[in-house]
Design a protein around this ligand. Structure first.
Ligand SMILES: Cc1cc2nc3c(=O)[nH]c(=O)nc-3n(C[C@H](O)[C@H](O)[C@H](O)COP(=O)(O)OP(=O)(O)OC[C@H]3O[C@@H](n4cnc5c(N)ncnc54)[C@H](O)[C@@H]3O)c2cc1C
Length: 324
């Protein structure tokens, strides 16, 4: 049975999240192909166990108690297949859910096509980006996705979703990872100037090197409260936290990054409890001075301790733990 072949023993959240934090996964699988993933998902349906999907774990805080039920790790679902339009002006690329975004960006660049430059510095997978509508440098995943093949756990089978059904908004989509598992995505890119494409990608990498930490982290911790183009857009979460002198604040083995006040670094053996405590202090500080409610950009998954559940409730204003 394929499930036995792709089962990963003693799988820890600290190995599968970029924060390097989190407890043991009860039952984890890492399929290497679409067929293996489909077989595993059928097993999930038949067993009626809870399923959690993890791509690169770059937006996740995994609870100290690990993850109960089945965890699907997509990072070996790395199929890539391109097909050019007859006039060679556009290319449609099929990406497996586990393709890393940096790999996707360099692949599209190698075809001489533009549209994937923003992916180069985002340390996630295609599946995570499609679900989160990941974006950077003014580009978003919703602009390149044409359709998605996913598995619907409620319907116990694969489905094909065109772009319209994904209902994209800022950093969100209609994909509910508790029900819909992205298996593959078809994206379209058009011809571009190779020098400009390379320069854009290098500019993105240089910016991140200068402004983001290299210590284990989970990217932006809080969402920006005001949309771009509005009067208070300059009051980003990072700006307010910086004004309040939160850089270097620590809790156990995690600290607010000295490079960017909306990033938290794991500087040793940080735990999800440390992380959530620090996030609450940051949120409270902003609320006290700016009267602004910050909400987490990071997602919290797994079996929380009572304290972690209470902290997450405070951070989200009531969303229950395990919601992701
Ligand atoms: C240093 C750093 C910089 C970052 N910069 C950016 C940035 O510029 N822009 C940006 O948008 N984000 C950024 N992020 C956040 C993160 O990389 C994105 O949210 C990314 O899309 C998450 O992809 P992932 O594969 O890591 O998803 P994960 O963190 O593994 O999962 C995120 C969510 O997606 C779900 N999911 C994952 N794969 C699938 C799938 N196949 N099917 C269904 N659901 C799935 C998970 O269940 C979870 O709910 C950054 C993170 C870091 C650490």
């Amino acid at each position: 049975m394929v499930c036995a072949q792709v089962k990963i023993p003693d799988c820890l959240g600290s190995k599968y999240s970029t924060y390097r934090i989190g407890g043991l996964f009860e039952e984890a699988y890492q399929p290497t192909s679409l067929d293996e993933a489909l077989e595993l998902l059928q097993y999930v349906c038949d067993s009626k166990k809870q399923l959690t999907v993890i791509g690169a774990g770059s937006n996740l805080i995994v609870a100290s108690g690990g993850i109960e039920g089945i965890t699907l790790l997509t990072r070996k679902m790395t199929r890539i297949q391109e097909s050019f339009a007859d006039d060679q002006k556009t290319v449609e690329v099929l990406f497996g859910a586990g393709v890393h975004l940096a790999k996707a960006a360099t692949f599209v660049e190698s075809l001489g096509m533009t549209g994937a430059e923003y992916m180069i510095g985002i340390p996630g997978t295609i599946g995570g980006a499609v679900r989160m509508n990941a974006g950077a440098m003014g580009q978003e995943t919703s602009e390149v996705v044409r359709s998605v093949r996913l598995f619907n756990l409620r319907a116990s089978g694969p489905e094909h979703w065109p772009l319209e059904k994904l209902a994209y908004q800022y950093r969100s989509s209609a994909i509910d990872p508790a029900i819909h598992i992205v298996l593959e995505a078809r994206m379209v890119f058009k011809g571009g100037d190779p020098t400009e494409i390379r320069a854009k990608m290098q500019g993105n990498l240089d910016f991140r090197k200068a402004h983001h930490p290299t210590t284990p982290n989970g990217g932006s911790v809080f969402k920006n409260p005001y949309p771009k183009g509005t009067e208070k857009a300059h009051m980003t979460a990072g700006w307010m936290l910086d004004q309040l002198g939160t850089k270097d604040w620590t809790e156990g083995d995690v600290r607010v990054s000295p490079k960017h006040a909306n990033f938290i670094e794991n500087i040793g053996n940080g735990t999800s409890t440390d992380l959530l405590r620090l996030m609450c202090r940051m949120k409270q500080a902003v609320k006290a001075v700016y009267e602004v409610e910050l909400y987490p950009e990071n997602l919290f998954i797994g079996k929380a301790t009572d304290e972690e559940a209470a902290l997450w409730k405070e951070l989200t204003g009531g969303a229950h733990v395990g919601m992701h």
